[in-house]
Structures are given as C-alpha cells and as structure tokens.
Design a protein around this ligand. Structure first.
Ligand code: ARG
Length: 276
C-alpha cells in the first residue's frame, strides 16, 4: 500500500515536471502557428514570405545576393501599405505549398498561378498579374508550332508548375523536370530537349535580356491565361491585410509604377477574382 502511494506521488511529481517543461518549451519555440503576431520594425508584425528566386523578372538574386524583381517590389510595397515587416525566405517551388500548410511561412509570392487545385490547400490574394504559358524552342526550329506538334517530343519544365501540368497533356511526350526554369531553358539551348513549357513573361525576359541565347517562342498565342496570386495558409489572418494593401497600390498608381519598372509597358486590368 505504502509503496503504491509513494509510486503515485512520484508519478504526480514527474507529470507536473513534464508539463512544466512542455509549457516552457512551447512558449520559447512557438507552437507552429503563423508568426504574424510577432512585432516587426514597422510595428505591425512580421510576415515571413516564401519565394523561389530563379524566376526573373519576378524574383531573382541580385549581384549582392539580395532578392530583386517585380514580386519583391510589390510585396515590399504591400508590407509598407499594410504595416507588415516583410521577411523573405527562399524555398524550392514545389516546397512552397507544403511550407504554407505547415505554417513555417506566412505567405508566398512566387509568380504562383491561382489554380482550382491549389485553392483547395491554400488561400490566394486577389490576382496581381496576368500571364500565360508559352512554348520555347531553339531559334532554328520550324516543326513545333503548337501544343499538338509536341507529340512524342522531349519537353523540359520546372517541377510543380503549371507548365509541368500542361506538358503532361501531350501524348507520348518525354518530360524532364528541373528545379528551376533557367535550368530547363539551358537544357533546351544545349540541344538536350526539344521544347520548354514555361510562363511567357519569364521565357521572353530570358531571351530579351540575353540570359540565354539561341531560343525563340514557338507561337504568337499563349497556351493559357493565368493569374498570379499571393498564397497564404487557409484562414490566414493576413489575407485581408494583403488584399487591402494590394488594392490600395492598384488604386494609387504605385502598382503601375512597379509594373512599368520591370515590364516597360502598361499592366492589363486585373479581375477581382481569378476565373477558375
Ligand atoms: N506560374 C507558374 C506556376 O504557378 C510557375 C511559377 C514558378 N515560380 C517560380 N518562382 N519559380 O506554376
């Protein structure tokens, strides 16, 4: 009897100790919920924003290693508008949605197309850019003029992208996936694949800037119409702030300024929600 109650007493002490340790650890490490509650230098909270930074002119690494691009300028401007301290974090493109779901980042801006499938696992802001897919081929290519003409050809794509999904529709295609779009385009320039399916603004920018040589876009018409959105975890407390900030920038002309800086043209009018 006595031995039993001593055992019970010890067990109570142990449980007490353990729960104390748990509470302290959780308080110190955070419980895995979004970090918007921590206060940043702007006073309104930190927003950890993921991006895959090999997608110029939307996001890339500048000469000093800092992030530059349309998405980067836009996200910083949204932060300034919404009183959020933006902290970027580089991630592989196919790791972004899992990171949002796990709550290790609060948002992602990565030229990410708003799709019905992705909308099941994350929430998107209102559309901030109109884009579409294009087929890139070597400059001397004459046989590839449409998605259909890619049948049985070798196609390179970036992993996890809408371009990769489009390539899957081509019968008999041998698809090679790469971690980044520049790597896929380089493979095409090297003659190891016949085409790349990628976002048109990025492919056109790579050709125009001379980042890659000997390539052209195969068709005048884009394969798809896509809208980019800023992705956030479902029910994110930041969704409304980001949307309000984005709307303010569109209305006050700052969005136009950023657009002209990177694309040297007028932006398309954007719908309030992406047609899915
Ligand atoms: N728009 C395409 C998609 O959402 C490609 C985006 C790739 N973005 C990047 N930063 N690598 O699937």
């Amino acid at each position: 009897m006595l031995r039993l109650s001593r055992f019970r007493f010890l067990r109570q002490v142990l449980i007490g100790l353990l729960s104390f340790v748990c509470v302290v650890t959780f308080a110190a490490c955070g419980s895995g919920t979004p970090t918007t509650s921590s206060t940043g230098s702007s006073g309104g909270g930190v927003l950890k924003v993921a991006t895959e930074p090999a997608f110029p002119p939307f996001e890339s690494q500048g000469t000093s290693g800092d992030l530059v691009g349309f998405d980067i300028d836009l996200m910083k401007a949204i932060g300034a508008e919404a009183g959020l301290d933006i902290q970027f974090q580089s991630l592989p493109f196919d790791g972004i949605i899992p990171a949002l779901q796990a709550g290790t980042v609060d948002a992602a801006i990565s030229a990410m197309t708003i799709t019905a499938e992705r909308s099941q696992s994350v929430s998107f802001s209102r559309p901030y850019f109109k884009a579409g897919l294009a087929i890139a081929v070597r400059a001397k290519e004459t046989g590839i003029t449409s998605l259909d003409s890619l049948k049985n050809k070798r196609i390179a794509v970036q992993i996890g992208t809408t371009g990769a999904d489009e390539a899957k529709k081509v019968a008999g295609a041998k698809i090679r996936t790469f971690d980044s779009a520049p790597l896929a385009l380089q493979e095409l320039a090297n003659g190891n694949v016949d085409a790349v399916i990628n976002d048109a603004p990025v492919t056109l920018y790579a050709i125009k800037s001379g980042n890659i040589s000997g390539l052209k876009v195969a068709t005048d018409q884009l394969l798809t119409e896509e809208f980019y959105g800023i992705a956030m975890p479902k029910d994110s407390p930041s969704l409304e702030k980001v949307n309000t900030g984005l709307k303010a920038l569109i209305d006050n002309g700052k969005y136009n300024e950023i657009y002209k800086k990177w694309f040297d043209s007028e932006p398309a009018t954007l719908p309030e929600t992406a047609p899915l």
